[in-house]
Design a protein around this ligand. Structure first.
Ligand code: NAP
Length: 292
C-alpha cells in the first residue's frame, strides 16, 4: 500500500531560498509555496498568494493547507531595508514568525525557521549555536527576537541560522553572485571588502541542511560552509571560475561603503553539529563550480 504524500508548506516560494526549497521538496512532498508581491509559478508546486503579515490570512492558510510540516523562509531579508523600515519589517520578521510558531505548535508538526548569521556582532567568530546573540543592525535584532520567540512558543521547532548563500536564481529573485557576474560580464568595476568574512554555501546545500533540520533537530542549528573567506577573495574565486580573468575587482574596507545597516566583520558559523547529522557542504570552489 502506498502511503499518502505528506504536505509541506514553504513560505517565501518567490524568494531565492524558498524557490530552491520548493524545487527540491516537490520530488517527495505535496508542496505548497506562498508568494506575496511576486506571483511566480513553479511546476509541481501549489502556489498560494498571501501576505503573511495578515494574521487572519495566515490562520486561513494553515487551515486550508493543513501542512504536515513547514519551512518558513519568507522575510524582509535585506538589512538596509530593515534599517530604514523598522515597523514594516518587524511585522514579517518577528510577528509573522511568532504566529507561525503557535500554529505549528497547535498541530505539533515539524517546523523549520530560517534565521541568519547576522544575529552576531562579528567580533568573536567562529560562532557556535550556544553563543549569545549580539546583533549590530535592525535585521539581526529582529531575527534574534524571532528566534527567541519561536523557541519559547514551540521548543520543538528548528531554528536554522543561514549564512551568505549563492546559487541558481529563481524567476523573481537571485543571489548576490548574479549582479557580480553581470558586472564582470560588462567589465564594470566591483568594489569588495577585504575585511568582511563569511562562510558561504550554495542554496542547494543549504536546502539539504534545512531538510536535515526538519527531520532531526529541535532548537538552533548552524548551516555554514566549510571555508571562511573575505568578500574580495570570494570575488576573485568567482571571477576565476566564471572565466572573467580580467574582472575589475577593487579591494576596499567596510568603512569605505555607505550602507544604512552596519555589517559585522566576521560572522563565520561553526557548523559541526549539522555536519554530525549528515550536513555535508563541499569545499567552496566545488560548491561554486556547480552553480556557475
Ligand atoms: N540569501 C541569503 O544569503 C541569506 C543569508 C542569511 C539568512 N537568510 C534568510 O533566509 C531566508 C530567505 O532569504 P532569501 O534571500 O531567499 O530572501 P528573498 O529572496 O528576499 O525572499 C523573501 C521572500 O519572502 C517573501 N515575503 C516578504 N514579505 C512577505 C510578506 N509580508 N508576506 C508573504 N511573503 C513575504 C517574499 O515574497 P514576494 O517577493 O512574493 O513578496 C519572498 O518570497 C530569510 O529568512 C533570510 O533572512 C538569507
Amino acid at each position: 500500500m502506498r502511503l499518502p504524500v505528506k504536505r509541506l508548506l514553504v513560505t517565501g516560494a518567490s524568494g531565492f531560498l524558498g524557490w530552491n526549497v520548493c524545487n527540491l521538496a516537490k520530488r517527495e512532498w505535496d508542496t505548497f509555496g506562498t508568494v506575496c508581491s511576486h506571483p511566480v509559478e513553479i511546476g509541481g508546486v501549489n502556489i498560494i498568494n498571501t501576505d503573511l503579515t495578515d494574521p487572519a490570512g495566515l490562520r486561513k492558510l494553515f487551515s486550508e493547507v493543513r501542512p504536515d510540516a513547514v519551512i518558513h523562509t519568507a522575510a524582509a531579508a535585506k538589512p538596509d531595508y530593515c534599517q530604514t523600515h523598522k515597523e514594516e519589517s518587524h511585522k514579517i520578521n518577528v510577528e509573522a514568525v511568532l504566529l507561525i510558531a503557535s500554529l505549528c505548535a497547535d498541530s505539533k508538526i515539524p517546523c523549520v525557521f530560517t534565521s541568519t548569521d547576522l544575529v552576531f556582532d562579528g567580533m568573536n567568530a567562529p560562532y557556535r549555536e550556544e553563543d549569545p546573540v549580539s546583533p549590530v543592525n535592525i535585521y539581526g535584532e529582529q531575527k534574534a527576537l524571532a528566534e527567541e520567540g519561536m523557541l519559547k512558543i514551540y521548543p520543538d521547532a528548528a531554528v536554522c541560522r543561514m549564512v551568505l548563500m549563492f546559487g541558481v536564481p529563481g524567476p523573481a529573485s537571485g543571489s548576490f553572485i548574479q549582479p557580480m557576474l553581470k558586472a564582470m560580464h560588462e567589465a564594470r568595476e566591483i568594489r569588495l571588502f577585504t575585511d568582511e568574512f563569511r562562510n558561504p554555501i550554495s542554496a542547494r546545500t543549504a536546502v539539504d541542511g534545512l531538510f536535515t533540520a526538519l527531520n532531526k533537530v529541535k532548537g538552533i542549528l548552524h548551516l555554514g560552509g566549510r571555508e571562511r573567506i573575505s568578500r574580495y577573495d570570494f570575488g576573485r574565486l568567482l571571477a576565476e571560475i566564471s572565466g572573467h580573468k580580467d574582472a575589475r575587482l577593487t579591494p576596499c574596507l567596510q568603512k569605505d561603503a555607505r550602507q544604512s545597516a552596519p555589517r559585522p566583520p566576521d560572522v563565520t558559523l561553526e557548523s559541526s553539529k549539522a555536519v554530525s547529522l549528515g550536513f555535508n557542504p563541499l569545499p567552496l570552489r566545488d560548491e561554486l563550480e556547480k552553480c556557475v
